[in-house]
Every structure is written in C-alpha cells, then in structure tokens.
Write a protein that binds this ligand. Structure first.
Ligand SMILES: C[S@@+](CC[C@H](N)C(=O)[O-])C[C@H]1O[C@@H](n2cnc3c(N)ncnc32)[C@H](O)[C@@H]1O
Length: 230
C-alpha cells in the first residue's frame, strides 16, 4: 500500500508525517485525556473494540489496560508500529473490509469531520459494516464554536498547542492550521474540517444505517450511535 497524500492536508516538523498531516513523534508524546474513561463508561466490560485512526495508541493503550480487546486501524505504518498489546491493521478507514464484527467501533479525533469526496460517508459505512447489530459506535464530534475565537492556545505536558486559524476553502469545508510548540521541537498541521450541524450529522448517520442513541458528554462532543434497524 503506497503512502497517499490527502489533498488539503499537510504537516511539518521532525519525524514521519501521515497522509493527513499528523506528526508521529508528536502523537507519541501527547498525553491522553478523559477519552478512555468516556469510552469505558459507555460500553460493556471486556468488549471488542475496533479503533479507527488509532495513531500511536494514545487511547489504545489505556483501553487495553482496562481489559478491552482492541484492533487498531490506521493508514500510517509508522503510527501503527508504536502500538503494543492490540491487533493492528494498516488501511484507509473508508476502504476497510474485515471479516470480523465488533462490539464497539471507535471513531475519535474528529475523523467524522474528514473532507474529501465520499470520505465521511465511506468512514461511516465502515463503522456500520464492522459493528455488531447489538453493538455501538462511539464518535467524537467537534464542539460547537470550535472554529470561532481563534487563535486559541492550550498547554499540554511540556508544550503549547495553538489553533491558529480556520478558514473556509469551499462551501462546507474549512482549512484549519495548528502549531505545536515544545522546547525541543515544533510541528504544524493543516487539515480540512467539515463542520456538521446536528441535522447534518443525523442525516449522515441515517445514510449509513446508524442513529444517535445518546450523547455521552455535556458538551455533546461524544456520542453513542447504534445500528438503525436495532
Ligand atoms: C489526529 S491523529 C489521532 C490519533 C489517535 N486517535 C489519537 O487520538 O491519538 C489521526 C490519525 O488517524 C489517521 N487517519 C486519518 N484519516 C484516516 C483515514 N481516512 N484512514 C486511515 N487512517 C486515517 C492518521 O494517520 C492519524 O494517525
């Protein structure tokens, strides 16, 4: 599988950069937040989890430590080789076709906002194709107002993340530029984001045979989704 470059996505800084502009060495050092707790609180113990866009395993490893059986998918081999304790599959999410179905499909990191012809629909179809009929899909959405009030900064262990700008590039698509400053290294990423109203989100889910079960967080960024015919 050749390393593709995703149009409108790019990154800079030390080490390998993924087709969507993520820096592998950056993701190796970014701390995990409350995501594993949110996920663990929404699913049955010891569930099988298919994690889409797993990166270096920032969420994978805490989930494995909590007793989940995780299969991690990413199109970047350099990301996947940092993962231990989980199965790994190198694939574009939208092209994934595994024989197995999972109790839980995890679509975090705002990948539901991905741009590109057919990409979001393809990603949601992958979620439906791989979730058991009595299982669920956990999706992380952008918070309302995420593209407003920029630039915005937040500190992480040893570094500063600065969302510099978010500019419309065509109808429904924004180009977002982020800088990551650490004492010993600096990375940037430019990526595309398609903001989704609740109505557009519900319609995209319905098109894939999925529907909202419930929101998991007060800010409505985490949502539990189920097969529609359930
Ligand atoms: C922002 S990083 C997040 C990684 C991980 N979820 C985390 O939170 O640390 C996004 C990851 O998804 C992968 N990715 C993005 N779009 C993808 C796609 N369409 N198919 C496969 N992998 C994808 C990238 O290679 C990258 O490793």
């Amino acid at each position: 599988m050749e390393q593709r470059v995703r149009e409108g996505y790019k990154g800079s800084g030390p080490g390998p950069i993924t087709p969507d502009g993520c820096a592998v060495e950056l993701y190796e050092r970014l701390p995990v937040g409350e995501e594993p707790d949110i996920i663990a609180g929404a699913v049955r113990p010891a569930s099988s989890i298919l994690e889409l866009g797993a990166g270096t395993g920032r969420m994978t490893h805490p989930l494995v430590h909590r007793g989940f059986a995780v299969t991690a998918v990413d199109e970047s081999p350099q990301m996947l080789e940092r993962i231990s304790g989980a199965g790994t599959v190198r694939s574009a999410i939208e092209e994934l076709t595994l024989d197995a179905r999972f109790d839980v499909v995890l679509l975090a990191s705002f990948l539901v906002h991905a741009a590109g012809p057919g990409v979001r629909d393809g990603i949601l179809a992958t979620c439906r194709r791989h979730v058991k009929d009595d299982g669920c899909v956990l999706i992380q959405r952008e918070a309302p107002g995420r593209h407003d009030g920029l630039p915005a900064e937040r500190r992480v262990d040893g570094g500063l993340i600065r969302v510099v700008s978010s500019e419309p590039v065509r109808p429904g698509v924004r180009s977002v530029h982020v800088e990551y400053d650490f004492a010993d290294a600096r990375w940037t990423q430019t990526f595309l984001s398609c903001p989704l109203t609740d109505e557009a989100f519900d319609a995209a889910l319905a098109g894939a045979g999925l529907a909202v079960d419930r929101y998991l967080t007060a800010d409505r960024t985490w949502v539990r989704v189920v097969p529609r015919d359930n």
